[in-house]
Design a binder for this molecule. Structure first.
Ligand code: FAD
Ligand code: DLZ
Ligand code: SF4
Length: 508
């Protein structure tokens, strides 16, 4: 890093802000301004991370540097193996400010409260710009909450549909006459299931190969597999992935949204969370591409729009509304550490082994695996919600604090007591049996809660309901679950409790 005279603006681009049109670049003058990108050890080490996740972030950042260069923008790029690199945002920003003496240093609001706090406290204040990558700004969400003190996703989603006009007719009514088509979107794969289209293969170029080798050398002990980096890294690859999804998988996205199949990590899902979260794709362009394909049935289109326009915006709003207290929420008082099997996948539970294998191999598992296998088992065991989030941040290529914390601590662990989900996503092995082909080849029986072949999910499910009766039984949406629990006599419940205790002991 060497000084070339005073800069007007130094524009910082963080690892999840890789958009040449972001608000940080508004008014950018290539003759007077420059960009700062920093690979810092602190971000790679504050939580141990999957090798593929690290390679994805560094390769994406380096390709973005090339893309900015092609646009004629000057980039000061600090790589992780630069001997002068001090390893943290604060010190690298100070070093750049010292070298270039910019009149102003600009950054887009970060996607992580921890990073935002660091930047807010710098001795030389930064100009922090609002992120228009999202369709609902933080201030708009705050106003929405003020009008809806007990919000639920559905209210917010309808608000966003009306605001954007997406899937709305000219009379202000939802297209198709309904706000959702969930009844059509709960199919599992039967014997005559459709073939699952393969994902477009992404070839590694010299930059990505260099990053992969660096990660393999420097982070050799980190979890996860890293062979080829078969992920959409460049903007061009992200667009290719989007187009492929819209043509080949979106038509059946809705129908099989909740389904699982052994050995199949992607099914009809988009695998677009990474490019969206790193801002390689905008949510608007993703929805526009989906809406343009006239061959896509409404149940698929609405199901997909709900994820992007509804859930994605909603969890971000909740995150910024409730941080930093949100990270400590733990209404069920769950305190266990993350079990070792989540790092190894070594378990006889076929469903869990498969979802963990997908995670180790691809740094990815689809939504239902995250919620109804990985998250469910942790909640039924009683793992501390923040620990589940930390594991998730470690293992997934698409995890950024705003989206991982809300989904893990809130949606999957019910740590927030219902801010995100109106009831805990608690289910027994019977649910997994209905939605997948795992159980038929598993050594456990999903219908049994006691005995040597009882399914651990089923045992822990009844135990969970009994244990949290005081808090949960008054929730109207859990009425049937408690009616079923009440059919069990005291001796059965005692046996379930003993078996649940044994499972917990074997896990920690
Ligand atoms: P698809 O199934 O194809 O969905 C399309 C898109 O919708 C996704 O790419 C994503 O951008 C969006 N989306 C869907 N559901 C959600 C949601 N609940 N919250 C936010 N966006 C959503 N998503 C992340 O992007 N990063 C995370 O770290 C993350 N952690 C999660 C942890 C748990 C425990 C759970 C239950 C969900 C988590 N999600 C997370 C949400 C969702 O599971 C992923 O977005 C999705 O699995 C990514 O795969 P996909 O791109 O193939 O998604
Ligand atoms: C996840 C990650 C990693 C591994 N490395 C970097 C990095 O070296 N530089 C960087 O700018 N961002 C990195 N990130 C993303 C950050 O942890 C964090 O999510 C964002 O800075 C939040 O905006
Ligand atoms: Fe999972 Fe239980 Fe089914 Fe085995 S029987 S695959 S542990 S749900």
């Amino acid at each position: 890093m060497s000084s070339k005279g005073r800069l007007r603006h130094l524009v910082i681009v963080l690892g999840d802000q890789l958009d040449a049109n972001s608000a940080a670049f508004d008014g950018f003058d290539p003759h007077r301004d420059a960009v700062l990108q920093m690979e810092v050890l602190e971000e790679a080490a504050y939580i141990v991370q999957h090798k593929l996740r690290l390679a994805y972030f560094f390769a994406s950042m380096r390709h973005f540097r090339e893309e900015l260069g092609a646009l004629g923008r000057r980039v000061y790029y600090v790589s992780i193996d630069d001997p002068a690199n001090t390893g943290a945002f604060e010190t690298e920003i100070a070093r750049a400010q010292h070298a270039f003496d910019p009149e102003r240093t600009i950054v887009l609001e970060p996607g992580d409260w921890r990073v935002a706090e660091k930047l807010r406290r710098l001795p030389q204040p930064l100009e922090i710009r609002s992120d228009r990558h999202f369709l609902c700004s933080r201030s708009e969400f705050a106003a929405f909450i003020a009008d809806h003190p007990r919000p639920i996703l559905e209210t917010f989603y309808r608000y966003m549909r009306k605001k954007t006009g997406i899937l709305m007719d000219r009379y202000g009514k939802p297209i198709g006459g309904a706000w959702n088509f969930d009844a059509e979107n709960r199919k599992s794969f039967g014997k005559s299931s459709p073939a699952i289209p393969s994902l477009p293969a992404q070839k590694m170029d010299a930059i990505t190969i260099e990053v992969r080798d660096l990660v393999l050398k420097r982070f050799a002990e980190n979890p996860g597999k890293l062979e080829d980096v078969d992920l959409p890294i460049t903007r061009a690859q992200a667009i290719e992935q989007l187009n492929d999804f819209v043509s080949n998988r979106l038509p059946l996205f809705g129908t099989y949204q909740d389904a699982m199949r052994n050995g199949e990590p992607f099914l009809f899902h988009s695998r677009l969370s990474g490019p969206l979260n790193l801002h390689r794709l905008s949510p608007t362009e993703v929805m526009e591409a989906a809406l343009k394909n006239e061959a896509v049935p409404l149940n698929a289109l609405e199901g997909f729009v709900r994820q992007i326009l509804g859930w994605r915006e909603y969890v971000r709003g909740v995150y910024w509304q409730r941080m930093p207290q949100y990270a400590d929420e733990n209404v069920l008082g769950a305190h266990l550490p993350m079990p070792r099997i989540y790092w190894t996948g070594e378990t006889e539970m076929r469903c869990l082994a498969d979802a963990i294998a997908h995670t180790i191999e691809h740094a990815y598992a689809h939504h239902i695996e995250r919620l109804m296998i990985l998250g469910l088992f942790a909640m039924l065991l009683g793992v501390a919600p923040y620990e589940v989030h930390r594991w998730h941040m470690s293992m997934f290529w698409d995890a950024i604090d705003w989206v991982s914390l809300t989904n893990t601590l809130g949606m999957s662990q019910y740590g927030d007591g219902g801010a995100l989900a109106t009831k805990p996503y608690a289910a027994s092995g019977n649910y997994i049996d209905r939605m997948s082909d795992h159980c038929r080849n598993c050594r456990f029986d999903p219908s049994k809660s006691i005995g040597e072949d009882a399914c651990p999910f089923t045992t822990l499910y009844w135990n969970f309901l009994a244990k949290h009766r005081t808090r949960l039984s008054s929730n109207g949406r859990m009425r049937n679950q408690y009616l079923n629990l009440d059919r069990k006599d005291a001796s059965e419940l005692q046996a379930i409790r003993r078996q649940a205790d044994k499972i917990v002991t074997s896990m920690v």
